[in-house]
Design a protein around this ligand. Structure first.
Ligand code: ACM
Ligand code: ZN
Length: 630
């Protein structure tokens, strides 16, 4: 309790860089855009956005019309302007022109755009509506940050700096995955998340709709999937330490999306250049399915939806049970009809093959099919699923475990246990999305666990920024792109999803969109901070971990522990105490030399300052714990 109050106190004093506008930055020849565009030139002058500006759209193009409407709606509240869309503007009228190229500009592809801002007008040209949408996202970032404020702001001059931008993505797959099984997130929150993704030019929302802990999509033919599978007993606390269901306890925690909800979200995403990839995780991670229909598993045990923690129980679909393939076919028929994208993700990860070893039906299947081991049984299962997926006019994606026992012929691999699975798949001529834990697992903590408290591992934003989706020696044409994964075992609410996603997904967006040679951490930091400032105005949560000091214990020549500090960004001063008092800039300042630990000290307290203001959070770490890290 004591510490909780101190953290809050610290957050209260958390102060970032002062206000900025891109028009002011432009006077120094730079603008703050994430992800960094391919080419940009800042010119003198501004375009003054006023209420009489018209948005000029092509006649008869629904998608560009929608983009124009969304832009007008987005800026209406803060500016008080309700910009009209027209197909031709009057001669003297100032306009924002959204132009589809008559002759395709091959350099910018389907999602690229050219944006020109002059005092007299703005033009976004693109080959396809997706490019116009992306150009609008850049334009929004050029507007003063009040543009994202909730509530009307009337005092700001809505000046847009004059720029010439030519921009297009490095990869066609720029994804974020949200796990809505471990914790359920409402349709409204999912839409908000999609809005955030679109602003940073992500274009795939991978929706992890089923797992051991909840089945989240209505399937009309199998109503128990959501009547039973979407609900579990309520638990508060830390995943992994939850008590199992008590005798007679009601399962009241959870939720699911109706098919109407799904259609609404799919359309919402489409309007924002985002394709939704649905995932139903099979044959492991299937406890919610097995709780609803116990006959699907090897043991056919009656069980409840798994609340998390403790043994995972019977998590495997029986491959020997032919009815399961009929059921999966039925389920995928409904799923395929709801999602217009090319792919369906069937999971395939972390299967406990022990159940198959002990199951007479699975063993019979292996014998009948001449399968040598359970890995080949997994491959048999995935290959049959691939046929089902293809019969619905879709293609199959699975986690990299689907390589075990032989990869199904047309499968796309999502490489998560490092990049090796992706490399192996690409070498066999399969398409790959890279999502390795070391760079892309946004459920991992991003600051010391004494501050962040819970998370699956550790992944700092500067590490995310180092993500390179194309490993050496791999033909880049097989690497479609990359993806950040937000698993939610340790993420119980909306605000925490945002906190874990941002700012790391700013870094990820740049690794997936911007040219490799433009990647530069020091150049990225102020642009990231500009986005953080906008998120404060937009009331989107984000992690301030990049300002936290990291305490690194080392050994002196006699083997005694000394302490050093590291910071992810330059220009931070670290102040510390050993007497359990709050450090401010009158406390001892770290001088970039190892510090001795005073006798009797039980904790170190540390904080960062920049330009005389506290910016990081208070770190309190026990000396005993630091010794264990040595
Ligand atoms: C995974 O993280 N099990 C794909
Ligand atoms: Zn079985």
């Amino acid at each position: 309790m004591k510490r909780f109050c101190l953290y809050s106190f610290c957050l209260f004093f958390f102060i970032l860089l002062g206000e900025y506008t891109n028009a002011q930055n432009a006077s120094q020849g730079k603008v703050m855009i994430v992800p960094e565009p391919v080419m940009q030139k800042v010119n003198a002058g501004v375009f003054k956005l006023t209420s009489d500006v018209k948005i000029v759209i092509p006649a008869n193009n629904k998608e560009v019309n929608t983009t124009a409407k969304l832009f007008a709606e987005q800026i209406a509240v803060p500016t008080g302007f309700y910009l009209k869309s027209v197909t031709t503007a009057g001669k003297s009228e100032k306009s924002i022109n959204l132009v589809l190229n008559k002759v395709s500009d091959n350099a910018i592809g389907a999602e690229g755009y050219a944006l020109s801002v002059k005092p007299s007008g703005i033009t976004i040209r693109a080959n396809k509506p997706a490019g116009i949408f992306n150009g609008i996202q850049t334009l929004l970032q050029l507007l003063p940050s009040d543009i994202v404020s909730k509530g009307k702001v009337s005092t700001t001059a809505w000046n847009i700096p004059c720029v010439e931008v030519t921009d297009y993505p490095r990869f066609g797959w720029r994804g974020l995955m949200l796990d809505v099984s471990r914790h359920f997130f409402s349709k409204e929150f999912v839409k908000k998340y999609i809005d955030q993704m679109a602003q940073y030019k992500f274009n795939v929302f991978h929706w992890h709709l089923s797992d051991n802990n909840g089945w989240r999509i209505e399937i009309k033919k199998y109503p128990k999937l959501t009547e039973v599978g979407a609900w579990r007993v309520p638990r508060t606390g830390v995943y992994g330490s939850y008590e199992g269901p008590r005798e007679g306890e009601k399962a009241t925690d959870g939720g699911f999306y109706t098919q109407e909800d799904i259609k609404e979200v799919v359309k919402y995403a489409q309007d924002r250049n985002i394709t939704i990839l649905p995932e139903l995780d099979m044959p492991g991670h299937s406890m919610a399915l097995a709780a609803a229909y116990p006959a699907v598993s090897c043991t056919q045990q009656q069980s409840t939806v798994y609340p998390g923690g403790g043994p995972c129980g019977d998590n495997v679909l029986c491959v020997g049970n032919e009815d399961n393939f009929t059921m999966i076919d039925d389920i995928l028929t409904e799923v395929a009809a709801l999602f217009p994208g090319k792919y369906i993700h069937i999971g395939g990860d972390e299967v406990d093959k022990g159940f198959w070893k002990a199951c007479p039906k699975c063993q019979k299947r292996m014998k009948d099919e001449g399968l040598k081991n359970e890995e080949e049984l997994q491959s048999y299962f995935i290959t049959r699923l691939e046929k089902i997926v293809e019969s619905k006019g879709k293609e199959l994606i699975g986690w990299d475990e689907i390589l075990e026992g032989g990869l199904a012929p047309g499968a796309l691999v999502m490489s998560w246990r490092g990049v090796d699975g992706g490399i192996a798949a690409a070498k066999k001529g399969h398409y790959v999305v890279m999502s390795p834990t070391q760079y892309c697992y946004l459920d991992y903590m991003q600051a010391d666990h004494t501050v962040e408290r819970i998370g699956g591992g550790f992944l700092s934003i500067s590490q995310v920024y180092k993500f390179e989706p194309v490993p050496d020696g791999v033909d880049p044409k097989f690497i479609l792109g990359g993806q950040g994964n937000v698993w939610t075992e340790f993420i119980p609410n909306d605000r925490r999803v945002e906190y874990m996603t941002w700012p790391r997904a700013f870094a990820l967006s740049e690794t997936l969109w911007s040219p490799k040679e433009k990647r530069n951490w020091d150049n990225f930091v102020p642009r990231m901070e500009a986005q953080m400032k906008r998120y404060e105005k937009a009331k989107v949560n984000y992690a301030p971990s990049v300002y936290d000091p990291t305490i690194v214990p080392i050994k002196d020549k006699d083997g005694n522990m000394q302490l050093t500090f590291a910071t992810e960004i330059k220009g931070l001063d670290v102040y510390y105490t050993f007497d359990c008092t709050f450090p401010d800039d009158f406390a001892a300042k770290y001088q970039q030399k190892p510090i001795d630990i005073p006798k009797g000290a039980s904790e170190i307290w540390a904080i960062t300052y920049r330009n005389g203001k506290p910016v990081g959070r208070l770190m309190i770490i026990g000396i005993g714990e630091l010794k264990q890290r040595l």
